[in-house]
Ligand binder design. Sequence first.
Ligand code: SAM
Length: 256
Amino acid sequence: MGTLFLVATPIGNLRDISQRALDALHQADLIACEDTRETIKLLNHLGIQKALTSYHEFNEQKKAEELAERLAGDTKIALVSDAGMPAISDPGYRLVRLCRKREIPVVAIPGPNAALTALAASGLPSDQFMFIGFLPSKKNARRQKLMDLANIACTLVLYEAPHRIEASLEDIQEVLGDREVCVARELTKIHEAYLFGKLSEVRKKIKPIGEFVVVLAESEQRQEKQAPLSRDDVLKKLGMTRNELYDLFFKKKISE
Ligand code: SAM
């Protein structure tokens, strides 16, 4: 039986290729990729020559079956996407599922991923997060999806295309409120940049060029509701000093 290698490739900086990714690409009999033109650029840079076949969202179902049959023989296939981790907002899931069902070995070779890179660098809580992938492209469907996300109590991580980033951020602010956000642009590339702040502020500064990950904080009202207030927080909210609060209780007790 063959093996399916899920090979993560750089999301910008070509030096992010791992040693294991190189080994798998060298070992593979065949490389299945989204866009052969993109993958050839990478392989040329790495000095690797291999047979390529295209596996993308439009031929995924049919091609998954074809590749699974070859894997059931003894072909070693490396699956790569245009950038980052295959099967994460990219084709791959169907093929991996077929392999699991048919007990064909799958080896994941981890590496660059835009969502995790942006989350780690965002400064927003990363102990719990939800990866949303792309929001729907149509406004109504996008707003509906955002309404569904309104009560999710953790950091949200979204992908967005440059021609939709402004419209999406506008909808996010309107539906989910003026939350804190970190918009990561062109990660690991020359023009890498982060915009951090309230959505309303970030929206004024954003230039819709490049690739984007949006890391969105949980709503502040929710955070406040969940976190127990410290004594100092209570005093701040009441606008009182400790002594004033003490006096209030003490006098109330005497008068009772
Ligand atoms: N499989 C990829 C991964 O592991 O990150 C994601 C593929 S998804 C089709 C492409 C989206 O990922 C882009 O539209 C963008 O939102 C995000 N992305 C990919 N590379 C990026 C980069 N260098 N900087 C910022 N976002 C990036």
